[in-house]
Every structure is written in structure tokens, then in C-alpha cells.
Design a protein around this ligand. Structure first.
Ligand SMILES: [Zn+2]
Ligand SMILES: [Zn+2]
Length: 154
């Protein structure tokens, strides 16, 4: 994961910090994107062996998150989403998964919109990729003159 080979990965990091004992103890995992904490999860634990276990659980979750970010940029890209904002249809290697955090928070388009893979959105994506630009036929709010999978609607 050298920064040069994977320039996009430089934007992602995670941090594990100790939680206050009065607050349940254990650890807090913070997911950091471009220097900002985008999500966090608590791993409370009592002092002792459980504390160490919770620490490794938090680290594992952080590593999984980084790995899933790497998958987002890997090939072959067989899995699709539709952005609810710009109507981009980004392709991924696999359905991004993370079990401790909200998928909606985690799967975000570069425009800030939420990515969705429900059947209705996939039907819209199929139409867009097939060349349909009529927004009523596509069941989207605004008319468009142009659309590309990587750039969305314009
Ligand atoms: Zn978007
Ligand atoms: Zn949807």
C-alpha cells in the first residue's frame, strides 16, 4: 500500500484511541478520509484481557475498512451502484461490506451523493447505460442533456 502505487489510498486512514473508563472503557475506532473523521465506532471493554481483545477487534475493523477502500479501486469492476445525486454509475470489484458501520455512510459517491444498488436504481442504471436520457422514463427528478458512467448527468 505504498502511496505512489495507490494514490487514492493516501486519503484514507483509521485511528484507535482509548475510551474513558467511566464511559464503558475500551476503544474508539475513527475512520478518517482526507484528514477528516467520517465515522466512528465504540469497542467498549472492561479492563483486563477483554480490553486487549477489544483493541484487536477495533484494529481489525479499521484494517477491513482500508481494505474495502482498496477494493473500490481494484479491477475487474463487475459490481455497480447508482449515485442518488449525480447519477454516476461507478463500478466496483465487489459489493463494499463493513459490518460495524452504516453502509450508506461508507458507500459514497465522489460528489457526496449516496450510492444505491437496489433493483429500481439498477433499472435506472441499465437505462442510462443503454442510452436513455429521458428523465421521466428514468424516474429521476431533473432533465439532462448528457450522461456518462464516470461523470454522471449534466
Ligand atoms: Zn454522485
Ligand atoms: Zn436505490
Amino acid at each position: 500500500m505504498e502511496g505512489k502505487a495507490h494514490p487514492t489510498m493516501a486519503h484514507y486512514a483509521y485511528a484507535v484511541g482509548a475510551r474513558d473508563a467511566t464511559n464503558g472503557g475500551g476503544w474508539e475506532l475513527q475512520l478518517v478520509k482526507a484528514g477528516k473523521v467520517t465515522a466512528s465506532a465504540d469497542f467498549p471493554a472492561a479492563e483486563g484481557p477483554a480490553e486487549l481483545e477489544a483493541f484487536f477487534a477495533a484494529m481489525d475493523a479499521g484494517e477491513s475498512w482500508l481494505l474495502s477502500k482498496a477494493l473500490l479501486h481494484a479491477t475487474p469492476l463487475t459490481y455497480r451502484c447508482l449515485c442518488q445525486g449525480c447519477l454516476r454509475v461507478p463500478r466496483f470489484k465487489a459489493r463494499p461490506q463493513i459490518d460495524i458501520l452504516d453502509v450508506a455512510d461508507y458507500v459514497q459517491c465522489e460528489c457526496g451523493g449516496q450510492l444505491c444498488d437496489c433493483p429500481s436504481c439498477m433499472a435506472t442504471a441499465d437505462l442510462l447505460e443503454a442510452g436513455v436520457r429521458d428523465h421521466e422514463q428514468l424516474s429521476v427528478a431533473s432533465p439532462m442533456t448528457n450522461w456518462t458512467a464516470n461523470g454522471g448527468a449534466a
